[in-house]
Design a protein around this ligand. Structure first.
Ligand SMILES: [Zn+2]
Length: 200
């Protein structure tokens, strides 16, 4: 095991906490960063801090935003009677890339996953319920959680929860391969899956 100075060891350890970065990649990134001119490292550090400090959650849809409500929630041209529920902010970007969908979103920031100790109170589900209670104009909630076991279980739970409200609850069609994440779907597949959504 290589020994590093405390500051380099700390850099490697922090980078290694990022998703998808193993110890080897963390080492590679750390040495790349150390080889950069100081100004470039300062720019990188500044960009990290600035993005983090200026970003918060939209109080309406819970997506990341630097203004509240976010651009999508405050866009009056969008259809406020339809809300598409997704797992994470990346999924909003994927859906927006498709350009087909004109409704609004709700970001759960995860899915119900008892195996990974993610309870229903740890995702933004309460916020969805409160939002719907305050917006009687919402006619349809489209659940577009990923087609994984956790995504399906979460979709089922939300549909049961909303049933008594009389709101139409639909599930994005399974045109996407089972176990796949929304973000890896191509635009045509995603567009088809949206159009072929079915009622619970
Ligand atoms: Zn929003």
């Amino acid at each position: 095991m290589a020994r590093y100075s405390p500051s380099v060891a700390k850099l490697i350890s922090e980078l290694g906490k990022l998703p998808g970065i193993g110890h080897k990649s963390a080492q590679r990134l750390a040495f790349h960063i150390l080889s950069l001119p100081s100004e470039q490292v300062a720019d990188l550090a500044g960009a990290l801090t600035e993005a983090r400090e200026s970003t918060r959650l939209c109080s309406v849809c819970q997506n990341f935003t630097d203004k509240d409500p976010c651009d999508i929630c405050s866009d009056t041209h969008r259809d406020s009677t339809t809300i598409c529920v997704v797992e994470n902010p990346r999924d909003v970007a994927t859906m927006e890339r498709m350009r087909d969908y004109q409704g609004q979103y709700h970001v759960l920031h995860g899915v119900y996953s008892p195996m990974q100790n993610v309870g229903l109170d740890q995702i933004k589900l309460k916020e969805l319920i409160t939002r719907l209670q305050g917006n009687p104009g919402v006619r349809e909630v489209i659940i577009a959680t990923n087609q994984t076991a956790e995504g399906e279980a979460t979709a089922m739970y939300i549909s049961r929860l909303l049933k008594p409200s009389g709101i139409r609850v639909t599930r994005i069609a399974s045109g996407l391969p089972m176990g796949s994440d929304l973000e890896f779907a191509d635009d045509v597949t995603l567009s088809k899956a949206m159009r072929a959504r079915h009622e619970f």
